[in-house]
Design a protein around this ligand. Sequence first.
Ligand code: ATP
Length: 460
Amino acid sequence: MSSETTTTEVTPTPFSPKAEEEADNFKTDDIASTLEHIMAMGQGLDDQEYTDSLHVLQNDPNTNLFSAVTFEELNLPENLLKGVYAMKFTKPSKIQSVALPMILANPPENLIGQAQSGSGKTATFVLGMLYRASIDARQRHPQALCLVPTRELARQIMAVTNIMGKYCDIETFLAVPGNDVERGQQVTAQIVIGTPGRVESLIKKRQLDLKDLKLFVLDEADVMIDESGMRDRSLAIKKQIRNRTCQMLLFSATYADDVREFAEKLVPNHNIITVKKEKLSLDGIKQFWMDCKSQEHKYEVLSDIFGLLNVGKSVIFVQSRETAKKLTASMREKGHSVGILHGADMQREVRDKVLDEFRLGTTKVLITTNVLARGIDVLGVSLVVNFDIPVNRENQPDPETYLHRIGRTGRFGRKGAAINFVYDNKSKRDLAEIEAYYEKEIVEAPADDLEELEKLLSWT
Ligand SMILES: Nc1ncnc2c1ncn2[C@@H]1O[C@H](COP(=O)(O)OP(=O)(O)OP(=O)(O)O)[C@@H](O)[C@H]1O
């Protein structure tokens, strides 16, 4: 089966003064348990204008947020329906209404799911996990496991699961480095969400037993099966599942052709939901390119943008941690308050704190690597800057990473913009290839006329 979707325009979501006040009063001392609170707060950030526009989108059959059915009509059990309403969702999106009947089917069905960034895939598989884990919640071992590529995404999905699972009598366990299980003890939680390395190590130490697993989810599935380290670990973990009828769900916004083929071999008797690549770019995200003339001049242009324009929360993507550090130093030297997050050589507590502060709005500009390119859902991100055009290990343009990066804005019908910095023939060629791949025009924006840029970025 296949589903093709498009989106139409809605208005942006300001960070409300009330939420900012709450954010100021909120201390992030206990990082591990604060995320749920922050995300629950985030649910209240939207204004009436957004809600009205969302209503329009969810009733327009041409959008990826449309659904012909209500959550009630999807036959969700009462406790899950209450969980959905705790998230303040009123109507399912297209992926939710198409995938949930397969996910909740009995006997369970396998699914390879694709839908645009920010269209509600997380809630789709989280409801699946809560549903399977609730069937016999008295069991004191894992029933559902979700593997993701980064600790940040694991924490986020855990928070969503805990909010949605408020009315289910089940426990969750976050399998990321730093969250240890006492020696001699086993994970008894019914739902486990984590990174492949940590999950594998718990299995090796006999602290995690997957023998009775009923549901195995790979989120950001294309990267989980494409990057050799992740793939090896994910496959080794899958081998530990002895329940032959364990349901498998794969989700991502992108699947390169060869990755999709591999996924199809990996998941037996699967249903598949696909989106054509020309339909993947969201109309709610304006895309621009800016000729910065030289690598060094990119630093000046970025500083000018944040010095002169009043942009909301922004994420700046760079290719390497060295560039992230250099750019952060340069921006701070010029008086900008920016956060930095990268995977390598950064303490995990610091990583958690940096992202929590960005969610709270304490930091408005975050400089990061591809570690935050996928899945991260922070309300109010109105601008993404590709300081470096994304390339793969062979130094070739990487359209999948591009789509995920820009998808940190324009979430669930909101509006946003992405600016791509180019400066030489290679970066221009790489971006042109990405533009051709998605068949969506990327418009030139001037690097030396910020008044004009402000007009281009505006949605009004
Ligand atoms: N039915 C719904 N009604 C209103 N908001 C929703 C609904 N479903 C999801 N959302 C919200 O939409 C936002 C994006 O959802 P989510 O993070 O699940 O997207 P995604 O498809 O997983 O994105 P990505 O491809 O980036 O991983 C979240 O803030 C989520 O709470």
